[in-house]
Design a protein around this ligand. Structure first.
Ligand code: XIL
Length: 318
């Protein structure tokens, strides 16, 4: 009974999951960790490297929860994908609760990026340096970073991360950029310009929070191709394929399996794709039902850690 990670390792790619907060102290921690170490070779902490956890006060960093994720990965021969250095969400009150001058906020950002990246130097192999900096209509998102600093916060963030760990793979990560559309066009042009300026962007992360209806696969394939042509590595970073929680579960699970197989098929065809990571693995612990009302069951294992049709479907493709 071969595991996903064994199959992925033969293909020289990573397959992974987002690890939930404090998974080591869940009531079913043993079961959770058993499946995680059996199936995956790359781990992303779902929340515990975000600002509000890792940098709760201006002069205090809290690395302990993130450390536990990294230790679990190291004990089980997984690599770590760090998430995330610059984002507009899950910021601590000390950032959002006041006004900053451009200079002050640049100093805060530089300190944060350099401190966090140096702390995990050599242990976090891949960093989501900038997350979700673009709006759905294809403009810069009006975040505190953009409004206070201007678009150059993005290139500065990559340069600071590079200084702190020259060997880390540095990624721009976003959602709804899987297909060719206004948002992915903007991201494409933005990264192209950054690369032309010598900014160290190594990869693009496609979050891939989608539903059972899947994607326009031709558009997805061509989109991967154009990003690969920029010289970028490609990461599927947060995949989940949600289904409606009412109606024929059997039908939706079958559709979900088809979508997963199709996406894996296209990804495996493109050598720039280095990892495919799900945003969790058991439907018991998933952000989907809380965020997409009426939807859920978006992951590879059911609430009892039994593999679902989508699990078997991607096995066939791997
Ligand atoms: C989500 C987590 O899964 C939740 O636990 C948390 O409450 C909110 O954030 N895009 C991202 C992730 O980049 O960080 C988000 O994670 C999901 C969307």
């Amino acid at each position: 009974n071969v595991s996903l990670r064994e199959l992925a390792e033969k293909l020289n790619i990573y397959i992974g999951f987002a690890a939930i907060n404090n998974f080591w102290s869940l009531s079913d921690a043993e079961k959770y960790m058993e499946v995680a170490r059996r199936e995956f070779n790359i781990l992303t902490p779902e929340n515990q490297m975000k600002w509000d956890t890792i940098h709760p006060e201006r002069d205090r960093y809290n690395f302990t929860p993130a450390e536990k994720h990294v230790e679990f990965a190291e004990e089980n021969d997984m690599i770590v994908h760090g998430h995330t250095l610059v984002w507009h969400n899950q910021l601590p009150g000390w950032i959002t609760g006041r006004e900053w001058t451009k200079e002050e906020l640049l100093n805060v950002l530089e300190d944060h990026i350099k401190t966090v990246v140096s702390h995990f130097k050599g242990r976090v192999k891949i960093w989501d340096v900038v997350n979700e900096a673009v709006s759905d209509s294809g403009t810069y998102r009006e975040s505190v970073w953009y409004k206070t600093i201007g678009p150059e916060y993005i290139e500065k963030a990559f340069r600071w991360a590079k200084e702190a760990d020259p060997d880390a793979i540095l990624i721009y990560n976003d959602y709804s950029i899987e297909e060719i559309n206004a948002k992915s066009n903007f991201v494409y042009n933005m990264i192209k310009e950054l690369k032309e300026k010598g900014v160290p962007v190594d990869g693009i992360g496609f979050q891939m929070h989608i539903d059972y209806r899947g994607l326009n696969y031709d558009s997805f394939r061509r989109n991967l191709e154009r990003f690969a042509k920029l010289g970028l590595q490609i990461y599927i970073t947060e995949m989940d394929v949600r289904i409606p929680l009412s109606g024929s579960e059997e039908y939706y699970l079958k559709k979900q399996a088809e979508v997963c197989a199709k996406i894996f098929d296209i990804c495996l065809d493109n050598p720039a794709v280095k990892a495919i990571q799900f945003w969790g693995f058991t439907d018991k612990y998933s952000w989907v039902p809380g965020f997409f009302k009426g939807y859920g069951k978006a992951l590879l294992f059911d609430e009892n850690y039994n593999p679902k049709p989508c699990y078997y479907a991607i096995k066939e493709v791997l």
